[in-house]
Design a protein around this ligand. Sequence first.
Ligand code: PYC
Length: 413
Amino acid sequence: MTLEIIRRGLLNGHMPLPRMWHDRDMKDRYDVVIVGGGVHGLACAYYLAKNHGITDIAVLDKGYIGSGGSGRNTTILRANYLTPEGVDFYDESLRLYRDLSWELGFNVLFSERGHLTLAHTDAAVRTSRRRAEVNQIQGVNSRLIWPDEIKRLAPLIDISDHPRYPIMAALYHPPGAIIRHDAVVWAYAREADKRGVHIHMNAEVTGIDVEAGQVTGVITRRGKIKTGTVLNATAGWCTTIADMAGVSLPIVSHPLQACVTEPLKPWLDAIIVSGSLHVYVSQSDRGELVMGASIDPYTSYNMRGTLDFLEGLAGHILELFPSLANVRIMRQWAGICDMTPDFSPVIGFTPVKGFLVDVGWGTYGFKAGPVSGKRMAELIATNRVPDLIAPFRLSRFEEGALVGEKGAASVGH
Ligand code: PYC
């Protein structure tokens, strides 16, 4: 590989790199149509092709691939959830992410950093202890730590008793990691494309055909496709797509804002989260601090940043790290989060035959991409719901079998 890079350098750009995926003519029929070209949709296409030999697949995106939630997140990967169902599920995803560079033959810059959820109140310490115990029972590495160890892991953090909310403890999750999000999307796209999957960009879905309770096709701005299987793997517009098939989802959509600072020399190894101060921060491989807060408190599809968010976030970050006072913000953005009543996703079958969902990710979507893709591929190929995703079925809302994961959100909502 090194020699190849030198050879290309010497050729001074006269040898273009091969395309990662290709523009194909849209066929009028596919075995499977996946709506949403983010990490979930592309991962599902890849695992369908690789693990199950199903390759007659179209992945449709209304923009370019990775232009939705997959390109608008803060790339935090973790498995320190609150329920056994959530812990097992996100743990499988983290393990898939850990091996992804090797699996896809593309460096996705997986970087294990350790994840600290700070506790500033007695109630937060109690929740952290409970999460640590549930994690340990499920075989996931998390434990409660105290201010001296927190200071060792993040030397610039203020653990004095001066702040408004002094730090009392933290849930420490050593496997917590960050990754290069666009590389994940590109690598899944490349490997799916290689196996015969068709990726169609600028192919917004405007309708879904259903006859006698069975999906029969998808209408896009680029033409009509016949199919018996449609997977809704969208974020932000998942209820719009589901409505087209006549499926109602218990989901509301809120913006989630984030920002990055100018690049700094490496000083923060761990990922730091404070639920009480509503902030999370990590340092990217480029040296930028990647920071975010809670979802905006209103439903909207607006993806513009607000000054209000920046002011609130900066104030809280400075309570944790006063020495950042002169660091400049470089850019900000927002993504749309589809919130369910219990903060767990909705995955699996719906009352419409052939219409499947992988939606409702709230603020957890990016970290679940590989496992959802792999397990939804298994469901499509076998027509059976894998045990790992069964708790997240749509019917749980009627059955009163919620999987409450609000307490595992990085920040209070
Ligand atoms: O759940 O780790 C998380 C998270 C960070 C930003 C949004 N969600």
